[in-house]
Design a protein. Structure first.
Length: 258
């Protein structure tokens, strides 16, 4: 299959080792409440248009962040989705013209010739831009993959400890290869001990997020558990995030910790 034929599929087939498209389903579920049965009235039609507009604006904001994407594969999947949106825009422009025709036929409006012509010209411009999609995706696919992201929490912890040395120590609590990623959200149970400003912080995975607790603040409970008064939730949640991203978040958090 050539790039010309399959450039549209990169976003539909992309799989992330950590989320297994779970976050995709979570984000799209609201839209799918309508698309599974089809929009039947103006309220649902307009809701879909607004959801698409908000998603496009949010994507722009997301792509402005330093760690928005880390590999050419991720970039290719995103670009494929953006170009597919462009195809959707083209189809929707034609659909708007058809909708305008139906509204005029029902005598809900009149004198639509100028509006229809302008929609036609805009559609032609979008169609021209869409023609560049195969070449862009082909160029992205040819970029070398120079980073290998961790495949699970254990690999990420080990990589972060290496980046933060000599102030960090990786503590493994299971034999190499004995851990398998699951959907519990609590990682592999290992941790990284980080020394900062005379205190020791523990970096670990818990409740589908990366957390840091200050060891000296731990209070033993009657049931044997420990409660920490100093607790930091770090921003990146996947266990497959870039180690340098997580390391940067740790440095920022420690710099402002009290």
């Amino acid at each position: 299959m050539t790039d010309t034929e399959n450039w549209r599929t990169h976003w539909t087939t992309y799989e992330d080792a950590d989320t297994d498209r779970g976050i995709v389903h979570d984000v799209c579920n609201g839209i799918r409440l309508i698309t599974e049965t089809g929009a039947h009235d103006p309220v649902e039609t307009i809701a879909l248009s607004i959801a698409g507009a908000e998603a496009a604006e949010a994507l722009t904001q997301a792509l402005e962040r330093e760690w928005a994407l880390c590999t050419p594969t991720q970039l290719t999947a995103t670009a494929s989705a953006v170009f597919s949106q462009l195809e959707g825009v083209l189809a929707n422009l034609h659909a708007l013209r058809a909708t305008l025709d139906r509204m005029e036929a029902r005598q809900e409006t009149a004198f639509t010739d100028t509006t229809r012509d302008r929609l036609k010209h805009v559609a032609a411009a979008v169609d021209f831009a869409r023609g560049f999609a195969p070449g862009v995706i082909s160029a992205l696919r040819s970029l070398p993959e120079l980073v290998e992201l961790p495949t699970d929490a254990h690999e990420l912890l080990a990589a972060v400890a290496s980046l933060l040395r000599p102030d960090a120590e990786f503590r493994a609590f299971h034999e190499p290869g004995a851990y398998r990623e699951d959907d519990s959200g609590f990682g592999c149970g290992c941790e990284v001990l980080i020394t900062h400003d005379g205190h020791i912080w523990s970096l670990h995975r818990g409740d589908s997020a990366w957390n840091m607790t200050r060891e000296s603040d731990g209070k033993q409970q009657p049931d044997g558990s420990t409660i920490f008064s100093s607790w930091i939730d770090l921003e990146p949640t996947p266990t497959t995030t870039h180690p340098q991203h997580l390391a940067a978040e740790i440095r920022t958090a420690l710099a402002t910790a009290t």
